[in-house]
Design a binder for this molecule. Structure first.
Ligand code: MG
Length: 401
């Protein structure tokens, strides 16, 4: 037994530490492959079609290179060249990297390897796009060029080959569209979630939400840098004259918007007889009818064939459990429900006059409110004439009469 002072929080922290260690220490082994194993199958070749015109940056993009200048770049910019609106790497000039740092982002980049083939394997048309200055998406002339699979064009270098080889030939313009998610760390800098990449190469999916095992490296697995969630975008100088154009990036929101306040929960629990007093078909002039039915202790509204669970705020006011909207019931002086007003954010408001009789029985019958069918068979327009009186818990007030 742990002593009392070995609190749950300490135990949780220890377990998190062990978990993080396991995640990082064994990361490289998860693929089952050692780095650059030449027995790893080469990605299947897929013809991506002819060169495509440049994709114009969307309105919220940060344009990193529009063909005119290196204003957004640093590093080897004094030696790299701009020729006819195209950025060209120069051997031994070193990489160029953005002045700004990026975390979660959508990156578009177009590149072309030399049209004159020199060298082979990794020495032919090699460069790389590094996200966060750490994670290389390989750039390589992989058109009929044999190399290790995890070093092919569009590989997460040394970790994950592309799903397919969608390369165009030497000198052709190619594109990468990268959806990058930065790693997540807890408040103490411990890794909680790895970085990930989804990549289209010439419009073909080649990385599908691939979890990056750590910063990429030639021959060694490296661990994540604790707490680092942004970094520069870097283009590699690997000694080959590579060309880049039309580079833009969109910063991606980290979190989606959440409701400003929680939606109201059920305020009352209504017995079956109260719920049954609401069931029936509600006819709306010149508009789609809606139907109210009970199934066990729950009540539903079926609208355009969709059966929606309702949450009771009172005996006459209900919200829809999943869809934004509400329904309220109006009673006469005798307490009988006469009509209902349905409002959906998706469909607006309509008032339905309650119709009693055979249709009600059909809509509230046992088959139609079963858990499997969401009102398909028994709640259909043909009714449930086969229903036997006294079916436990499923017979509506009207049907039970
Ligand atoms: Mg490279």
């Amino acid at each position: 037994m742990f002593p009392k002072y070995f609190s749950r929080s300490i135990a949780t922290a220890v377990m998190a530490l062990i978990g993080t260690w396991a995640l990082e220490a064994h990361g490289q082994l998860e693929t089952g492959w050692k780095i650059h194993d030449r027995s790893r199958p080469a990605p299947k070749v897929v013809d991506p079609g002819e060169e495509q015109p440049s994709v114009k940056p969307p309105g919220d993009a940060v344009v990193l290179f529009d063909g005119t200048n290196f204003d957004s770049w640093t590093g080897g910019v004094d030696k790299w060249k701009i020729v006819d609106g195209v950025m060209e790497s120069v051997a031994k000039a070193g990489p160029v990297m953005t002045k700004e740092e990026f975390g979660d982002c959508q990156l578009h980049i177009e590149w072309s390897s030399p049209s004159v083939i020199k060298g082979d394997g990794q020495q032919r048309g090699n460069s790389g796009v590094f996200l966060m200055n750490s994670f290389e998406l390989q750039v390589l002339d992989s058109f009929q060029n044999e190399t290790y699979a995890d070093g092919s064009a569009a590989s997460v270098y040394g970790q994950f080959p592309p799903l397919v080889n969608a390369s165009r030939g030497p000198g052709k313009w190619q594109s990468y569209d990268i959806i990058f998610r930065a790693p997540r760390f807890d408040g103490d800098g411990r890794l909680q979630q790895r970085a990930s990449m989804t990549v289209l190469h010439n419009g073909v999916l080649v990385q599908d939400n691939t979890e990056v095992l750590g910063p990429t490296n030639w021959i060694k697995h490296r661990h994540y840098v604790r707490g680092k969630t942004t970094g520069k975008i870097r283009l590699q100088d690997h000694g080959n004259p590579m060309r880049y154009r039309n580079i833009w990036v969109r910063r991606l929101a980290t979190e989606r918007a959440a409701p400003k306040s929680p939606y109201p929960a059920a305020a009352v629990s209504l017995p079956a007889e109260k719920l049954d007093s609401l069931t029936g078909t509600y006819q709306s002039a010149n508009q789609q009818d809606f139907h109210v039915m009970r199934d066990g202790g729950n009540i539903y509204c079926k609208f355009y064939g969709v059966k929606m669970k309702m949450v009771a705020l009172s005996e006459s006011e209900f919200l829809f459990e999943q869809c934004a909207g509400k329904i309220s019931f109006q009673r006469n002086s005798s307490g009988q429900v006469q009509s209902a007003q349905l409002y959906l954010d998706a469909a607006g408001e309509r008032t339905g006059k309650r119709k009693t009789g055979k249709t009600d029985k059909a809509r509230t019958g046992s088959k139609g409110t079963g858990s499997k069918g969401t009102g398909s068979k028994g709640s259909g327009r043909k009714g449930t004439g086969k229903q036997k009186a006294g079916s436990p818990g499923r017979v509506s007030k009207d049907a039970a009469k």
